[in-house]
Design a protein around this ligand. Structure first.
Ligand code: AMP
Ligand code: GLY
Length: 417
């Protein structure tokens, strides 16, 4: 099977790595890709959020399957264009991707489907926001309605800061914000692969969203993750499928927005029970790096079965018994304005370690062919081990081999699990 992966982060490197190792893959392309994907696939330049350009590339490459990594192309309608070109696509159409593209839409779907989530008010004026903040009380949770690359949510005890964030979101054309009740308790990410009818859950993972140790500092795209979750209730996955994923997929189908791809359920296990924190319409980053490191079944079959509506007949997924931990190495300045162009060394030494692999995100080769930083999250170092503690020790041995001036990483990913 000829497969084209769209995107350029460590998530797409992880997806490409699993596809490249699959006997069913005969040709693998990543567009635009990064230096890591170039080592295992053929990179092709493309404007990933241009539906016509991606569909033309998929046609030119005679792709049998297109897998879309990031949310921006999905919301822009890239999957619609690929399907219109007659090519199977793993990723929802623009209409279904609104589940991630608009938090107000997601709340509406959840309400209609009876899915447990935080109580929320959708606001379009500062006065409405102020009223909603006072109704819920601190800690305040204010979310940009639209896509914001992981930076749209502010959780704070500072009412003025909550209002200032809302004002900034409302200042955008068509701006709206969602103010919601604060959810306590541990967070879980559960990925569900779906063909629009059947839902196949992957193994749960946990993501570390804050920049600094001890969950201090600003929210980021994600600084690390681990899987499995030894502390999670045994029926968690079944419960999420029955009460969250399946009703959501059914409600979208009822609205004529069949969801084909990955429904990312971001959940909080609160003192009052399971609640949805957010939905995403694609694989999570960095959770994908640990979930796919543990998948033993064919990823090609799974994604193709979803893209072609055959998940009901798919074989049960098989998983490695090992745990996986990933640690993100980010550039100086992340998640603010990042410094780029710093030299990255030690990757070979890290990858030579047993159980370690390194995934690229914001990297590029400079004019002399040397690897340098080129983005916020630069690398995702993955360690496998007999349990979570062994896996994290392996991952950190990998991190210790790598040098990047000004680099930032958390030293407490999966600690104490
Ligand atoms: P989101 O982009 O909606 O996933 O939000 C990013 C992060 O903000 C989440 O992973 C949570 O850590 C935090 N967050 C979002 N909504 C809430 C909430 N209602 N209560 C507490 N924390 C939240
Ligand atoms: N790790 C969070 C996300 O992918 O949105």
């Amino acid at each position: 099977m000829r497969i084209l992966v769209i995107g350029s982060g460590a998530r797409e490197h992880a997806i490409a790595r699993a596809l490249a190792a699959d006997v069913q893959t005969t040709a693998l392309f990543v567009a635009p890709g990064n230096p890591g994907t170039a080592a295992i696939a053929e990179n092709r330049p493309v404007r990933a959020d241009d539906p016509a350009a991606v569909a033309a590339l998929a046609t030119e490459l005679q792709a049998d399957l297109v897998v879309i990594g990031p949310e921006v192309p999905l919301v822009a309608g890239v999957a619609d264009a690929v399907r219109a070109a007659g090519i199977a696509c793993f990723g929802p159409d623009a209409a279904a991707a609104q589940l991630e593209g608009s938090k107000a839409f997601a709340k509406d779907v959840m309400a209609a489907a009876g899915v447990p989530t935080a109580m929320a008010h959708v606001c379009t004026s500062v006065a409405e926001v102020a009223e909603a903040l006072d109704a819920f009380g601190a800690p305040y949770v204010v979310k940009d309605d639209g896509l914001a690359a992981g930076k749209g949510v502010v959780v704070t005890d500072d009412r003025a800061a909550a209002l200032a964030h809302a004002e900034a979101c409302l200042a955008k054309p068509g701006g709206a914000v969602v103010v919601e009740e604060y959810l306590d308790g541990p967070e879980v990410s559960l990925f569900c692969v779906t063909d629009g009818t059947t839902v196949v859950p992957l193994e749960p993972a946990q993501d570390f969203k804050r920049l600094a140790d001890g969950d201090a500092g600003p929210n980021t795209g994600g600084m690390g993750a681990y899987s499995p979750l030894p502390w999670a209730p045994a029926d968690l996955v079944d419960d999420v499928v029955a009460r969250v994923a399946q009703p959501t997929i059914d409600e979208l189908a009822r609205r004529g927005a069949r969801f084909v791809g990955l429904l990312y359920c971001g959940l909080a296990l609160t003192s009052r029970g399971l609640r949805v924190v957010e939905f995403n319409a694609r694989f999570g980053d960095p959770e994908t790096q640990v979930v796919l490191a543990r998948l033993r079944s064919s990823l090609v079959e799974l994604l193709n079965d979803a893209a072609t509506g055959r998940l009901a007949q798919a074989p049960r997924l098989r998983w490695r018994p090992e745990a996986a931990v990933t640690v993100v190495m980010a550039a100086a300045g992340y998640p603010g304005t990042v410094r780029t162009g710093d030299p990255i060394t030690g990757l070979e030494a890290a990858e030579a370690l047993d159980g370690v692999h390194v995934l690229h995100a914001g990297t590029r080769l400079d004019d002399d062919g040397a690897l340098v930083s080129a983005g916020g999250r630069v690398l995702s170092v993955v360690g496998l081990g007999a349990d979570v503690q062994a896996a994290l020790a392996t991952a950190y041995r990998g991190v210790a081999e790598i040098s990047l001036p000004g680099e930032q990483h958390r030293s407490d990913i999966a600690a104490g699990i």
